[in-house]
Design a protein around this ligand. Structure first.
Ligand SMILES: Cc1ncc(COP(=O)(O)O)c(C=O)c1O
Length: 385
């Protein structure tokens, strides 16, 4: 159990929980590492509490199995890792600007992303000792960093500022998960153009990085010195066409208990607004998990859950803390039995990708949704119950 109050710890198996399988995570890290040349480092991206899996646990396991860098979005996320005793280099991928932020970065030995000349000046003016900094160039994501046409000028500017030690130059891919790789290739060429220009000015090249999970799986030409991998660590594919490139295992499973079983007559409305009406008498189970736990309400009436290895339809609106399932196919169902919302249950497998497809979103959003309320149970290997 991680990051929970003692009361939640006691009640873990009473209601609903998330399991985090460290063996699956270790497998994923090893599989990914095998695809890299020995000189390419693996950064485990553990922002947003490790995409809902628990940043500290994920970071420790990833570091134990071959990652050497950690990536976070915010300073607070970096501090959480340091407070847990993790001393690996941590890159803050988000922007930081204020003197208070700079002080905190220095104090906790975090490494900032610099994305504008103004920000670089603020850092340089405040710092008294050299600080490793990472320069972000925008090659087509249109997010942080100067546009690539100004990338070389920016890098040259920073290279002349005191106390800023350029540890890396990097960019972020916008469309690496697409089957059509043409824009990714264009971003790559833009980065190359920036690098040629700074080399022409005799600025030594620091470490270089470009790839997220999809970019990494797209091929070694995108690997450079470091790959920044999030999604694939957690056993999720950035797109179905990547399934042939590596064998990943989902790390997260979501389970909840049956809290009531009852029979409804035909023509009964189920849950708020009666979006499901029974056509015949059915047996339903009330299951103790809802949208406040991370099951999106807009999945109502659209998903199946697994019980005793059988897929069963969820019916009616998903409520804040509970949802209903048609369990007519299950004989003699008992209160307390475990329902699998996400993960493996016997031969049934329910994936975050499947939920994301129904909702027209990405699996990142699904797993991040489980970071708030449910206790996490850390397991190694088979965790069906
Ligand atoms: C700058 C940066 N690098 C790497 C990643 C990791 O991406 P992914 O989870 O697709 O591997 C992210 C995540 O969004 C990111 O913002």
């Amino acid at each position: 159990m991680v990051g929970q109050s003692p009361i939640q710890g006691i009640l873990t198996c009473e209601r609903a929980w998330v399991t985090i399988d460290l063996n699956a995570l270790a497998n994923n890290v090893r599989q990914l590492k095998q695809q890299l040349l020995p000189q390419t480092a693996l950064m485990a991206v553990v922002k947003a509490d490790g995409y809902g899996h628990g940043a500290v646990t994920v970071a420790r396991t990833a570091l134990d199995h071959g990652a050497t860098w950690l990536g976070v979005a915010t300073i607070v996320e970096g501090i959480e890792l340091r407070q847990a005793g993790i001393d690996a280099p941590i890159l803050v991928l988000g922007a930081t600007h204020t003197v208070q932020e700079i002080e905190t970065i220095v104090r906790w030995q975090l490494q900032p992303t610099l994305c504008s000349p103004e920000q670089a000046l603020t850092f340089s003016r405040y710092l008294q000792y050299p600080l490793p900094v990472h320069l972000m160039v925008d090659t087509g994501m249109s997010r942080l960093g100067p546009p690539w046409q100004q990338g070389a000028t920016f890098i040259e500017f920073v290279s002349r500022l005191p106390h800023l030690k350029i540890a890396s130059i990097y960019s972020h891919l916008a469309t690496a998960d697409h089957v059509d790789s043409s824009f990714m290739v264009q971003q790559h060429s833009r980065l190359q153009e920036v690098l040629c220009r700074i080399q022409a000015q005799d600025i030594p090249l620091p470490k270089l990085h470009l790839a997220n999970s999809a970019g990494m799986l797209a091929g070694p030409q995108f690997h450079y010195d470091l790959v920044r991998v999030g999604l694939a660590l957690y056993g999720l594919y950035p797109g179905p066409h990547f399934q042939k490139t590596v064998s990943l295992q989902p790390v997260m499973q979501v389970k909840a208990r049956v809290t009531q079983v009852k029979t409804l007559p035909a023509a009964s409305g189920v849950s708020y607004n009666h979006t499901f009406i029974t056509e015949k008498p059915i047996t339903i189970a009330v299951v103790a998990i809802g949208y406040a736990d991370g099951v999106p309400r807009s999945l109502s009436n659209q998903i199946k859950v697994s019980l005793r290895g059988q897929l069963l339809p969820q019916i009616g609106a998903i409520t804040m803390d509970q949802l209903m399932v048609d369990v007519s196919a299950i004989p003699d169902l008992q209160v307390g039995e475990v329902v699998t919302l996400l993960g493996q249950d016997g031969d049934s497998q329910i994936s975050a990708e499947a939920w994301a497809d129904i909702l027209g979103t990405i699996s990142y959003e699904i797993v991040c949704g489980f970071k708030h309320r449910l206790p996490r149970v850390v397991v190694k290997g088979n965790c069906s119950d």
